[in-house]
Write a protein that binds this ligand. Structure first.
Ligand code: FMN
Length: 297
């Protein structure tokens, strides 16, 4: 299983401690764990150009530098672990900034098929209150991304630091972490999406079939076969035999396909990188050219 931790702060504080405790317990020897820290790994706010929604994810001015890598990690993960402290009754601004960049993946637009068989666990801490709304900030997106199973745990630690957390609270956290751990399915192909995810999918499918949605989105649904018999969580059928579980939902997504052909840019400074960067600059920048001048400041 591939696990991705998305930390809503750079601070390895109480939230990180709890989420990490969960990750360490749930990880089996063959699993891989990646960690993202915000804002370091995605420091840009959404600029509101809407190009990801109207033209494609790669049109985002932040795609090449940050989102390409983050998106790849998200898509390859079987288990997403979000960790957010509560800031003024909500998730941190940096998590919100990340989620804003994935508006185009909401189910009414172009959801990523692999989401339906992903599991997500969201942890929030607060000194006293606001964990519920902080968690909702994240789960709103996860639900609309189509994430198959979503678990949450919010805890008031009654302290500003882990050292100040009392033993009874730590015991309670320990127990809850174990409870969530027991719910995690270790074979990703065996994850069945929740009824809510399937219902939302069916509603959106209906709207696309009735041509009530943006054309680029409906075209994507059609391309993936979702307006017909295919479902992102169902094994592909090939003739009378039952096919293997759909292990390559990304291949239906042209944008993802392109990604795989591109060189790894991080830590690489070769010709491929220069070429890819050149193409990006040519295609994506300057933003002023992509938006009318009076729309951009
Ligand atoms: C800017 C800021 C805003 C906060 N807002 C709240 C709040 O609305 N409610 C609350 O109970 N605690 C609030 N806190 C306290 C933190 O949520 C709490 O200490 C949390 O456990 C810190 O997590 P960390 O140790 O992982 O950074 C706030 C802390 C900061 C720095």
């Amino acid at each position: 299983m591939n696990i991705l931790m998305i930390n809503g702060t750079m601070r390895k504080g109480s939230t990180y401690r709890i989420a990490k405790m969960f990750v360490e317990r749930v990880t089996l020897s063959q699993d891989t764990v990646n960690e993202l820290f915000l804002p370091k790994d995605m420091p840009e706010f959404c600029r509101g150009c809407g190009l990801c929604i109207t033209q494609g994810a790669k049109k985002c001015p932040d795609y090449f530098i940050y989102l390409r890598r983050v998106t790849k990690l998200i898509d390859e993960a079987d288990l997403l672990v979000f960790a957010t402290p509560t800031y003024v009754y909500h998730t941190t601004g940096q998590i919100k900034a990340l989620l804003d960049h994935y508006g185009y993946r909401w189910m009414l637009h172009r959801p990523e098929g692999s989401m339906f068989q992903k599991q997500a666990v969201c942890f929030a801490t607060a000194a006293g209150g606001g964990m519920k709304s902080a968690l909702k900030d994240i789960t709103d997106s996860l639900k609309w991304w189509g994430v198959g199973r979503i678990y949450t745990y919010g805890v008031a630690i009654k302290s500003m630091s882990w050292d100040g957390v009392e033993k009874d609270v730590k015991d309670k956290i320990d127990k809850k972490v174990n409870e969530i751990m027991a719910k995690i399915v270790h074979e990703p192909e065996k994850v069945t999406p929740s009824l809510r995810a399937r219902i939302l999918f069916c509603l959106m499918r209906h709207m696309h079939r009735r041509a009530l949605m943006q054309q680029i989105d409906t075209d994507s649904w059609k391309e993936k076969g979702w307006l017909g018999d295919k479902r992102p969580w169902m094994p592909e059928s090939s003739g009378p035999e039952k096919a293997e579980p759909d292990a390559q939902p990304h291949q239906d997504d042209l944008e993802q396909e392109d990604d795989q052909e591109q060189p790894e840019i991080f830590g690489t400074a070769g010709q491929d990188f220069q070429q890819a960067r050149g193409e990006y600059v040519q295609e994506r920048l300057p933003l002023e050219d992509l938006m009318p001048e009076d729309m951009w400041r």
